[in-house]
Design a protein around this ligand. Structure first.
Ligand code: F6P
Length: 335
């Protein structure tokens, strides 16, 4: 058989463990298999940029952050038929039996679009996808994407550092978190680090209430602002400062952006195990001639579960629908 492996969208720690596990399981289970790496993600598929991989080329990469294959965003791919045609043609011309993708929301949509075209053109390549993103916006509610726990670990550590200064100076910190518009990373970081409040995308924030909460604590307060919220840190800071001015009280406010620090660096063990297990499962299923699909990376202890690509590519059926009430109630109870 001939396999290709691609990492798409924003890099996430655990993608390298995924690539390694694809290559190692493919070649250990059947030595005659050929595995190609697609360079620079979807761009490489569109422009036919492949590289032969062997067991040695993936040695020692499991815990390294980023992706050794590279990734370039091509957002138009999910909708542009010319780009999709080019990607499908390269899969056909390279005689790829299975393309293994590790990527986020945009990658799953692109994979679904190419898969639809492949089926219509009767190209024999099948596509199997795994969720790889710090945003956790591609799985079912209680699953997690590869890279999410690594990003959480880093966020947690940064929030602990900020707490030291915040409590020493009795300051308020407004802290920006990445996560696109899903808020998962911000929310779980808040739970893990015991932050006082997480502002989520689309939320109608009651700033008078928030100001009262800060006043009542009169200690350190860390407020996490999720990326998709429509006001930047400085606007939020100004709003709170104006309220304090009117109330004739003083609270020092500082802002800090954790964003790109959350995304890079060493992979969490949970992500390495999950990425490796999902990749292994995908290879096994490819050898059993599985149809195209998407694999949710559930928490360690639960086997990866495949679901159809069209469900994974549908925003109404994934974490895009928002954080479940059960998790919100749990977070509020710990405040
Ligand atoms: O999808 C991962 C992510 O880090 C998002 O949280 C963020 O919105 C986006 O990528 C940033 O992308 P870029 O690296 O292209 O600026």
């Amino acid at each position: 058989m001939k396999f290709a492996v691609l990492t798409g969208g924003g890099d996430s720690s655990g993608m390298n463990a995924f690539v390694r596990a694809i290559v190692r399981s493919a070649l250990n289970i059947r030595t005659e298999t050929s595995v190609l790496g697609v360079l620079d993600g979807w761009k490489g598929l569109i422009y036919n940029d492949f590289r032969q991989l062997d067991k040695g080329s993936v040695a020692g990469i499991a815990s390294a952050g980023g992706t050794i294959l590279g990734t370039v965003r091509v957002p138009e791919l999910a909708t542009d038929p010319i780009l999709q045609e080019s990607a499908a043609r390269n899969l056909h011309d390279n005689r790829i039996d299975y393309l293994f993708v590790c990527g986020g929301n945009g990658s799953i949509k692109a994979a679904h679009a190419i898969n639809t075209l492949i089926k219509a053109d009767k190209i024999k390549t099948k596509i199997l996808c795994a969720p790889g993103s710090i945003d956790n916006d591609v799985c079912n509610s209680f699953g997690s994407s590869i890279g999410f726990y690594s990003a959480l670990d880093k966020s947690h550590e940064m929030l602990e550092w900020i707490k030291d200064t915040a409590s020493s100076h009795r300051r308020v910190y407004l802290i920006k978190s990445m996560g696109r518009d899903s808020a998962y990373l911000a929310f779980y970081s808040g739970i893990a680090a015991g932050a006082e409040y997480v502002i989520c995308p689309g939320e109608h924030v009651d700033y008078e209430y928030l100001a009262t909460m800060i006043e009542e604590r009169d200690r350190d307060t860390r407020i996490i602002v999720a990326e998709g919220y429509d006001q930047d840190l400085h606007t939020i800071r100004k709003t709170l400062e104006d309220i304090f001015k009117k109330r004739n009280v003083i609270h020092e406010i500082r802002t800090v952006d954790m964003s790109y620090f959350q995304r890079g660096g060493k992979a969490a063990v949970a992500d390495i195990i999950r990425a490796s297990w999902v990749a292994y499962r995908m290879v096994k299923d490819a050898y059993a001639y599985a149809d195209s699909g998407f694999y949710t990376a559930f928490y360690t202890g639960h086997a990866p579960t495949p679901i159809p690509l069209e469900i994974a590519a549908d925003d109404n059926q994934t974490n895009h629908v928002g954080i479940p009430n059960e998790i919100i109630d749990f977070a509020i109870a710990l405040r």
